[in-house]
Design a protein around this ligand. Structure first.
Ligand SMILES: [Zn+2]
Length: 143
């Protein structure tokens, strides 16, 4: 038997960070201001403080577009899910139609192999003992 190796999980530095949002950029900016000595003075900012503040303002400006794009993507996903749900019964009917003949042949072969057998056979119900409604195939035909 061949041993299958489980894939190794990625190291922390290999993971892609989540896309920054205005909220996370604001939290980073506020966090920096509370820790940075230069930025605690309300009139001064260090280079990092300026960069974080500008990044926050830029993300804040892009937020309406980002939300609109996200709403559009969610709408498209719901539409695709509804389309898939509509196609499901048709696909199942087509799959049953594909295997209907083979299923009937297998059932017939199974029943023929025990025709005339005497006594109960464990795990097998003879055709004569099967209720009529169970002998109907999904296509409506009767076994
Ligand atoms: Zn700073």
């Amino acid at each position: 038997m061949k041993k299958v190796k489980a894939p190794l999980p990625k190291a922390l530095h290999q993971l892609t960070p989540a896309a920054p949002t205005a909220d996370t950029a604001h939290a980073a900016y506020i966090g920096h201001r509370s820790r940075c000595r230069a930025c605690t003075d309300p009139t001064k900012r260090c280079a990092d403080g300026l960069r974080l503040g500008a990044g926050y303002l830029e993300l804040l400006r892009q937020e309406p577009d980002r939300r609109a794009a996200q709403a559009l993507a969610e709408q498209e996903q719901r539409r695709a899910e509804r389309r898939q749900a509509r196609q499901q019964p048709k696909r199942r009917a087509a799959e049953w139609a594909d295997v209907d003949k083979a299923v009937k042949a297998a059932d017939t072969q199974r029943i023929e192999s025990v025709r005339g057998a005497r006594g109960p056979i464990f795990g097998l119900t003879l055709l004569e003992d099967t209720p009529a409604e169970l002998l109907k195939l999904p296509s409506g035909r009767v076994v």
